[in-house]
Design a protein. Structure first.
Ligand SMILES: Nc1ncnc2c1ncn2[C@@H]1O[C@H](COP(=O)(O)OP(=O)(O)OP(=O)(O)O)[C@@H](O)[C@H]1O
Ligand SMILES: Nc1ncnc2c1ncn2[C@@H]1O[C@H](COP(=O)(O)OP(=O)(O)OP(=O)(O)O)[C@@H](O)[C@H]1O
Ligand SMILES: [Mg+2]
Ligand SMILES: [Mg+2]
Lengths: 262, 337, 241, 390, 308
């Protein structure tokens, strides 16, 4: 496989009582790329994210992230390695403020561990101040600045999605899995967020793998596109290559290929 | 590195085993385990002792299971940890005493008591639960109110009836002989009524329109509401059913056990909850099966240990079962994402 | 006012007493119209729909369904008067199989034959027929969205309120969904829909409203509104193509 | 000192298990103590002694912690003696927490020998015999009616009372050459006891010793009968199952023909009959075990106060042995007015209670070694013989 | 009524307060429905009793040992059952506490049905040392006052400690777990480790409460530690307010004032009826309070409303 792959999935299989949701999928994601994962509804994209992030166990197959095998690893350990996901059906921490949602995601806060909290309360406070500034900036980008003190449970559907993405970015991951980040997000704000993502990739080299059904976004923003259908990867390549792949048109794009919508 | 592959390997082994086990539905698995245990006990202690303990386990389990059906309904549909449920059982039994004292013949007194308890349960909805629901009270808040209601019910009964032991006067000493085994006549009745109640409630939930509406309500209230379900009606029906079942089991308990005082509900409550949770909240089959499992494990344990350890063994088994069946007997795993 | 199926005037509503989310929203939907509401996240679009269906109680203002005042009625009552609603989130009964979800959907109309309605829905979304015994909670995002839509369509409502019906749908289903909306509309169902896929939604709508900060910001004929450069820039992510 | 100086206004505290796991004990104990006040007040009036008894009561909830609070309210209400509670844990916490400091006599119905290991400063008086005496009486009764060296099954309620008594019985019985075929203890909170009953009858013992409260024996007894292999005539019950008439919640088959022992040799005495008559006339709850003991304890407190001419707890405590004086003129419930008259003059008396004569040892335990062996015949307690244990 | 009586109420309020701090940490801030708190308390108290009486340890050495054992029990229970669903966890912990109680009642090492007695001499010495000192300010007559003082000093100190801890990033992780443990795990937090810490800390608090229970009743007996203790704990937790440590203090004082204060109601009813009436009144009060303030006295009503 490509030497520069941050993520490599080989022959992943996942069954749910008799139903094969992921059926021997293999693909890789290049470091520093923005890669789209597309496919019809029920293709197994979210299930694939579950496998990558440790929320579901592979039946067979392997997953390597940054050179390490992460199949069967607990979600928090995978997250600590720098692979962070968002959820398609948003999961904000409803009874906490938006700001606390963000601060919780801050990486390496020494105050989260009792011994270092007791030994070095100063360091915890310093880290807290830094995270707060970061969080503030992210919330600004995501149009949630005014909501920082509100309970996350009082956010609108789209705002939840935004918080979810912002929170994932807050962890300073090396690979982010975004599950339909634009669904339900206002297009104007969506563009700003996509710009932010592109900038992060430039500045920090963050890799993005995102599931998205909006073909305009996929075609204009992704470096590579991976197409899943019925649990398998049926095509992968540049947006142009994929769009031209008859299998993809047949299985997924149908009449909705971007040419006809634009 | 090595430790990752290590985990993967154990992972793989575990998944072979668990997928083999998962191929069997959990209730069948449970049944298989119980039968194996029974066989072991028959070999170790002889058929008579082992089977008699099994019969006793069924009886104990039916008391618990029957009591738990009403509880599981309220817990499942209304998400309310009804700490007062045991006291509804008590109320049912004492209503019977009251109506018999007022001159009704015993069977009629029992029926009236069940209706009265159902009405009382409905009244608690109007007076207590409805306002709390409107205030969006959380489940622990409801729990506090249930504790309060339980106190009010139990001690109102005690206020009027006293705390001395009462009896409904049924003959509790007759028994049916099945070969060398003995089963109390009234205990047999409890068993039959318990199983019938479970089946009826189960069928109603599964197939009738009101049953489906109840499950829909349990799943998502707002969505049920916008699907045109008269949610208040569902709530009322749930309370009526729960009150009726509570009284039924309270009366049966009082009759078959023969003597009781206003404490019997609160003493029973822990096992009712245990059965409810073990069987899977909201599932009437689960309540009865949960009760039977607890009953069997306790009675079987008397073959092995002094009977004073019976409750402890029951609880220990409960923990073990929960560890091995984290979804409960009839529960289902939820999608995590 | 006659001819208006849905009239909202001066609607003020919110979730907690201190904060109003809607500050005097006014919209009308005429019979057989498709009306789309767009706006930034948190503008109050979902809240508006919730107020219409009775899940949020209005503090003041008028909501009329065919001249009958429905403000303050219980959701189940409103729904039985012919309003269908697809929520944005938590829109299926997760612990029930697909088919039972649909069955529950038929509650407001006991006069319709279940079999026929189920068949109609399965014809509309064949994917659901495949999954009819599956628990709705384990469906994929898109399957879920189809089920939510189908559930609301079961009782053949007079007016259908859709909160982001195409979110999470694959392009082919987005098309299908919009086609369905048009078809349903042609069969005599009035439609009020909230969409972030705004350009396309407005393109197929008779009229549209832009909601911002709980107030009407713009309104107009659907396609024209989508072409309005100010609206497009502020709310629709700029003009495409 | 004594007579006539000032009218006595004696408050007797009743620490009752009105609620909680033992709440079936509350109503009979309450009635017994109330009866004692009625009887005492009438006697004082008949004797022309200005003394009045009022009962103040509080709910111990069967719980050591609540018993402390309850006792404090009794103290605040001016109680000079405290009747009850029924269990050892409650007694210990009340004793250490309150009564010892205030020198208020505590009259617990708990029979555990554990109470003896507490330093009580002379404030504990037990109106019931401790377990070690009773177990010897049970041994004698079984030897007399079943025979020596036989196999006995012990069934006891898993509580301090049952636990301690079963242990001392086991020791005593085995010391006499008997065997124990099985020892079954059961948790009172369970709903059915069929397995326990089955185990007891399975060993086919020559006799059963049942140490239980009526509330649980109603269930256990039914289960024993249901086994079809049970013979109530082999049963020997301890004092908690001693009542003049078998309560109607206990199936008759479970006790008919059963034997039992009662300390102080009360059954069959005139006082015993008079008390039972009084009880029935008063209406209300049925008679139960230990009611006579509670009644007597309250009368003793009253007589001591009359003797002391004071309601001061310490003064009362000092007079308890003067109203149970061996050799002094004897009085019973029927001659209580005379007892009051005599006590008011400061003379020593010997009150022979409904539950028998009282001889208190230094540790406040009764030293009486006389026991009645009774049998339930036609649902009634019938005295068969008297045994003397050492 | 007398000061003695109210001192006793205060002692109980303090003890239950300490006990409930642990429940608040678990249920209110971690989302763990720990219903086995009474079991941890029993382990703490019995460890002390047994070490002092049977092994001749000094009380002051036995106290930390009691805490250590309770914490170990907390870790054990946690490892066995923290992976269970919340309702199953609740039942499993109750079961654990009942197993502890039945073991203490039936085993020989714990004195069984006869309990443990005579472990409090060293405490009495302290108490007797404090009394003359209290007498100088005119409070020497109240023998329970030293216990009251010590209990409340401990309670306030622990309450402040818990409040302080909760305000840290550590406390925030716990709240994250309470809201959604999967989402928190997805952010890289070791949910299991945090739950274990929460449970172990609660067990330690339970042990401290257990010490004071033991000193108050001067006797260790299994039924003192029955599940009712935990239910009362939850009752006063909710009364005071979910997710509020201040609420625990307020709730405990209110609850015990209510429960014990009702003893003072005088009627001409029989003792049995009077006792029943008392609990009817308590029950009605609980119903009224939760109706009038469903979020509890110091609970946050907005936080309650956003919960699904
Ligand atoms: N726990 C489960 N039990 C049964 N079936 C499941 C479960 N989880 C997922 N599935 C099924 O697996 C298939 C793949 O689901 P998945 O959510 O991965 O699809 P997806 O590609 O993300 O689709 P979408 O674009 O609609 O979100 C679906 O058909 C779904 O119904
Ligand atoms: N349950 C709630 N409690 C309190 N405030 C809420 C609640 N739900 C939504 N809000 C607030 O009301 C405002 C409007 O929310 P609404 O859901 O109507 O927005 P929306 O226009 O549908 O946005 P989106 O496009 O993101 O779905 C938002 O600011 C949100 O924070
Ligand atoms: Mg998906
Ligand atoms: Mg919305």
């Amino acid at each position: 496989m490509s030497a520069d792959a941050i993520l490599e999935v080989a022959d992943a299989v996942k069954d749910f009582d008799g139903l094969r949701a992921v059926d021997g999928a293999s693909f890789h994601v290049e470091r520093g790329s923005i890669t789209a994962l597309i496919g019809p509804n029920g293709a197994g994209k979210t299930t694939m994210f579950d496998l990558l992030s440790g929320f579901a166990r592979l039946n067979t197959g392997t997953i390597r992230f940054a050179g390490r095998s992460i199949g069967g690893m607990a979600p928090h350990r995978i997250a600590r390695l720098g692979l962070v996901r968002t959820f398609q059906l948003t999961r904000v921490l409803a009874g906490m403020s938006v700001m606390d949602n963000m601060l919780l995601a801050a990486p390496s806060q020494p105050g989260e561990h009792l011994p270092s909290l007791i030994l070095g309360p100063r360091r915890a406070r310093a880290a807290e101040a830094r995270s707060r500034a970061d969080a503030q900036a992210l919330l600004e980008t995501f149009g949630l600045r005014d909501k920082a003190r509100d309970y996350a449970g009082a956010l609108s559907g789209g705002q939840r999605k935004l918080l979810e993405i912002a929170r994932a970015l807050m962890t300073q991951p090396s690979l982010v899995l975004l599950d339909e980040p634009m669904a339900g997000v206002n297009p104007t704000l969506g563009r700003a967020i996509l710009d932010h993502i592109a900038a992060l990739r430039e500045q920090r080299g963050t890799t993005f793998l995102f599931v998205e059904h909006d073909m305009d976004v996929v075609m204009s923003r992704a470096d590579r596109v991976i197409v899943m259908a019925q649990g398998r990867v049926i095509s992968a390549g540049t947006p142009a290559q994929v769009r031209a792949d008859p299998a993809v048109v047949e299985a997924y794009l149908g009449s909705a290929s971007p040419e006809t919508t634009a | 590195m090595t430790d990752t592959t290590q985990t993967e390997r154990t992972e793989a082994r575990a998944s072979v085993l668990s997928s083999a086990l998962a191929a069997l539905p959990r209730p069948a698995l449970l049944l298989a385990v119980l039968i194996v245990l029974l066989c072991a006990l028959v070999i170790a202690f002889g058929p008579v002792r082992a089977l008699q303990a099994t019969v006793n386990g069924f009886v104990a389990g039916s008391y618990t299971g029957l009591g738990a059906i009403g509880l599981t309904l309220v817990l499942g549909v209304l998400k309310l940890v009804n700490f007062a449920h045991g006291d509804l059982l008590v109320t049912g039994a004492y209503f019977t005493i009251l109506f018999a004292w007022l001159g009704l013949p015993l069977p009629l007194a029992m029926l009236t008591a069940m209706l009265a308890t159902a009405a009382l349960a409905l009244a608690t909805e109007k007076i207590i639960w409805q306002p709390l629901r409107l205030a969006k009270a959380g489940s622990l808040q409801l729990f506090l109110s249930a504790i309060g209601l339980g106190l009010v019910l139990r001690f109102t009964v005690q206020f009027f009836a006293g705390s001395q032991v009462r009896t409904l006067g049924a003959n509790v000493v007759t028994s049916i002989a099945i070969g060398p085994l003995r089963l109390g006549t009234l205990q047999a009745l409890a068993l039959v009524v318990g199983i019938s109640a479970m089946v009826i409630v189960g069928l109603v939930l599964r197939f009738t329109s009101i049953g489906k509406e109840m499950r829909a309500f349990a799943d998502n209230r707002a969505l049920a509401e916008v699907s045109g379900i008269d949610t208040q009606h569902i709530i009322n029906v749930t309370w009526i059913a729960s009150g009726f079942l509570a009284a039924l089991s309270g009366i049966l308990y009082a009759t078959a056990i023969g003597s009781f005082n206003p404490n019997f509900g609160i003493t029973l409550l822990l096992s009712l909850f245990a059965a409810t949770v073990l069987g899977g909240i909201g599932n009437p089959y689960g309540a009865l099966v949960g009760g039977l499992v607890i009953g069997l494990s306790q009675e079987w344990s008397t073959l092995l240990f002094n009977a004073r350890w019976k409750p402890a063994v029951g609880f220990a088994l409960l923990i073990l079962m929960l560890m091995f069946m984290p979804q409960g007997i009839f529960g289902r795993a939820k999608r995590r994402s | 006012m006659s001819g208006q199926v849905l009239t909202v005037a001066g609607l003020v509503a919110g979730y907690v007493p201190q904060v109003d989310i809607l500050n005097g929203v006014a919209i009308t939907v005429a019979k057989d119209e498709i009306v789309t509401v767009v706006g930034p996240n948190g503008a109050g679009k979902s809240t508006l729909l919730k107020a219409l269906v009775g899940l949020v109680t209005p503090k003041s203002g008028r909501i009329a369904l065919e001249d009958k005042d429905i403000a303050g009625l219980a959701p189940s009552t409103i729904v039985r008067q012919g309003l269908g609603y697809v929520p944005q989130r938590e829109n299926v009964f997760e612990t029930m199989p697909v088919e039972e979800n649909l069955e529950i959907g038929l509650k407001p109309r006991r006069d319709l034959p279940l079999r026929l309605r189920l068949e109609a829905m399965y014809a509309l979304f064949p994917r659901l027929r495949e999954r009819r015994r599956q628990m709705a909670g384990s469906l994929s995002g898109g399957e879920r969205q189809m089920l939510a839509m189908a559930r609301a369509l079961m009782p053949q409502p007079k007016v259908l309120l859709l909160d982001e019906p195409t979110a999470g749908l694959a392009p082919r289903f987005v098309d299908l969904m919009f086609e369905q909306v048009a078809t349903i509309n042609r069969s005599g169902v009035t439609i009020l829909m909230v969409e972030q896929n705004a350009t396309r939604a407005l393109a197929m709508s008779h009229r549209g409203y832009v909601l911002d900060l709980g107030r009407n910001a713009y309104e107009g004929e659907g396609p024209a509104l989508a072409r309005d450069p100010k609206v497009a820039d502020l709310y629709l992510g700029g003009l495409h193509g | 000192q004594g007579a006539g100086a000032e009218p006595l206004d004696l408050k007797i505290g009743a620490l009752l298990e009105s609620t909680g796991p033992l709440s079936e004990l509350g109503p009979p104990a309450e009635k017994a103590i109330n009866l004692s006040a009625t009887v005492a007040n009438k006697a004082a009036k008949d004797a022309g002694v200005e003394a009045k008894v009022t009962i103040v009561s509080a709910d111990s909830q069967g719980d050591p912690q609540a018993a402390l609070s309850a006792t404090r309210t009794l103290v605040d209400k001016g109680a000079s003696c405290i009747m009850g509670p029924s269990t050892t844990p409650e007694s210990i916490s009340v004793l250490n927490g309150i009564t010892m400091q205030r020198k208020i006599t505590l009259w617990p119905l708990a029979s555990s020998t554990r109470l003896r290991t507490v330093k009580d400063d002379g404030t504990i008086y037990r109106p019931v015999p401790a377990d070690d005496l009773q177990s010897k009486a049970l041994v004698k009764a079984i030897e007399n009616h079943v025979g020596k060296g036989k196999a006995v099954a012990i069934i006891f309620r898993n509580e301090p009372y049952g636990d301690a008594l079963s242990k001392s019985f086991t020791t005593d019985w085995q010391a006499e050459g008997g065997t124990i075929s099985s020892t079954i203890s059961f948790d009172p909170q369970q709903e059915s006891f069929d397995s326990e009953a089955g185990q007891a009858v399975d060993t086919n013992p020559d006799a059963y010793v049942v140490i239980d409260y009526p509330e649980t024996y109603a269930k256990l007894g039914a289960a024993l009968v249901r086994t079809g292999k049970f013979d109530a005539k082999k049963v020997f019950v301890a004092d908690a199952l001693s009542f003049a008439k078998v309560p109607d919640n206990i199936p008759p088959e479970a006790l008919e023909g059963a034997y039992g022992v009662a300390g102080g040799s009360p059954t069959g005495t005139d006082a015993f009959k008079a008390f039972n008559k009084l009880w029935d006339e008063a209406g209300g709850v049925a008679n139960a075990s230990y009611t006579a003991n509670s009644f007597d304890a309250a009368i003793l407190c009253f007589l001591s106060a009359v003797e002391a001419g004071s309601t001061e707890p310490g003064a009362i405590r000092d007079k308890i042995r003067s109203v149970t004086k061996d050799g002094a003129p004897q009085f019973t419930i029927e001659t209580l007015a005379d007892a009051v008259k005599t006590a008011a003059t400061g003379k020593e008396i010997d009150y022979v209670g409904v539950s028998g004569a009282f001889r208190f040892k230094d540790n406040g335990d009764p030293s009486s070694s006389l026991y009645d062996v009774f049998q339930y015949q036609g649902g009634k307690q019938v005295k068969i013989e008297q045994v003397n244990v050492k | 009524m007398s000061i003695d009586f109210w001192i006793n109420v205060g002692v109980l309020a303090g003890i239950y307060g300490i006990f409930t701090l642990g429940l608040q940490l678990n249920a209110g801030f971690t989302g763990l429905l720990n219903f086995g708190q009474a079991g941890f308390m029993a382990i703490g108290a019995y460890t002390v009793g047994i070490l002092v009486v049977d092994r001749g340890w000094s009380l002051w050495l036995a106290l930390p040992a009691g805490i250590v054992l309770a914490v170990l029990a907390g870790l054990f229970v946690g490892i066995a059952s923290l992976r269970l669903r919340s309702d199953h966890f609740a039942i499993a912990t109750i079961a654990f506490a009942e197993i502890v109680r039945y073991t203490l009642q039936n085993a020989a090492f714990s004195g069984g049905n006869q309990g443990v007695l005579g472990f409090d001499a060293e405490w009495r010495a302290v108490s007797d040392w404090m009394l003359p000192w209290l007498a100088t300010i005119g409070l020497g007559a109240y023998t329970q006052l030293p216990l009251f003082i010590v209990v409340w000093l401990a309670f306030v100190a622990l309450l402040l400690m818990m409040k302080g801890l909760q305000a840290t990033p550590w406390g925030r992780v716990l709240r994250g777990i309470r809201e959604d443990e999967d989402a928190t795990a997805a952010l890289g937090k070791d949910v299991f480790a945090y739950k274990l810490q929460s449970l172990a800390l609660a067990a330690a608090l339970a042990a401290v409460a257990g010490f004071f229970v033991a000193l108050n009743v001067t006797y260790l007996y299994p039924t003192v530690f029955d599940p009712t203790f935990t239910f009362f704990g939850y009752a006063l937790l909710v009364l005071g307010g979910f997710a509020s440590y201040g609420g625990v203090a307020l709730g405990s004082v209110l609850f015990w004032t209510l429960l014990e204060g009702t003893r003072l109601i005088e009627t001409s009813l029989s003792a049995g009826q009077q006792a029943s009436l008392r609990f009817i009144i308590v029950g009605v009060f609980l119903l009224l309070i939760s109706r009038l303030r469903p979020q509890g006295l110091l609970g946050n009503v907005n936080e309650m409303r956003v919960r699904p």
